[in-house]
Design a protein around this ligand. Structure first.
Ligand SMILES: [Fe+2]
Ligand SMILES: [Fe+2]
Length: 236
């Protein structure tokens, strides 16, 4: 869907936009601020203790650092838009349903699966904002994209190591089986009114359904490249 919205370059210009535009951008910034912080807390920081080698610990620390950094940048952008602090952090934002973040990782294999599949979902979400009409958000997302790609590549690289042995491959397959089904719902409901609003204002590009379908295709490729199988998404 194309948009008649002009490009919005600054927080000042943002505050002169129609109410609905402001609400839509704020919803996206809040959801990214919260997801980045929850991911860093639930997956990345605990994984440093699970990493099997000093090399793996180093790269896992780097991922944790980057994810906390992503949260911080969405948080700061949110503050410039006038979003109050409690809405930008998970403990006070409030949520109605269980999400991927309600399943803390318990093993190195689960962390590798979370990078392989969870960060692939993050890449798709970021790609959808690369042409966002609110330029500070577009630019933020463009700047973190190389880091998200590194996180997914980390999943591929350490996944490649694990599948060298039959036991490692089986453990990773089990981690994929338990982690994957919680991801597709993360893309939101089919026919979502919020998604329609984001596209109407040139904030996001694609429907939830199109993103989920693309995600499942790319997740299938990522698993097959390691000789693994993607379990059913539970939604189809
Ligand atoms: Fe991130
Ligand atoms: Fe990431």
């Amino acid at each position: 869907m194309t948009t008649s919205v002009p490009q919005v370059k600054t927080a000042e210009e943002f505050k002169a936009q129609p109410e609905e535009y402001q609400v839509a951008v704020k919803k996206i910034v809040i959801s990214h601020a919260i997801n980045e912080l929850q991911g860093a807390r639930v997956f990345d920081e605990p994984a440093v203790a699970l990493a099997p080698t000093t090399y793996a610990k180093w790269l896992t620390c780097r991922i944790a650092m980057e994810e906390y950094g992503h949260h911080w940048r969405f948080y700061e952008l949110g503050k410039t838009l006038g979003i109050e602090e409690p809405r930008l952090v998970p403990e006070t934002a409030g949520k109605a349903t269980l999400t991927v973040f309600d399943y803390p990782i318990k093993s190195w294999e689960e962390f590798v699966a979370s990078k392989l599949l969870g960060d692939l979902a993050e890449i798709l979400q970021a790609e959808d904002l690369l042409h966002c009409s609110f330029l500070p958000l577009r630019n933020l997302v463009r700047s973190i994209m190389p880091e998200e790609k590194f996180h997914h590549q980390f999943g591929r690289d350490f996944g490649r190591e694990l599948v060298q042995s039959p036991e490692g491959k089986e453990r990773l397959q089990r981690a994929v089986d338990s982690f994957f089904p919680v991801i597709p719902p993360f893309f939101g409901k089919a026919g979502s009114k919020n998604n329609e609003m984001y596209r109407r204002w040139g904030i996001k590009l694609r429907t939830n359904e199109a993103m989920r379908e693309d995600y499942i295709a790319r997740a299938t490729d990522a698993c097959e490249a390691l000789g693994l199988k993607l379990p059913p998404a539970g939604l189809h």
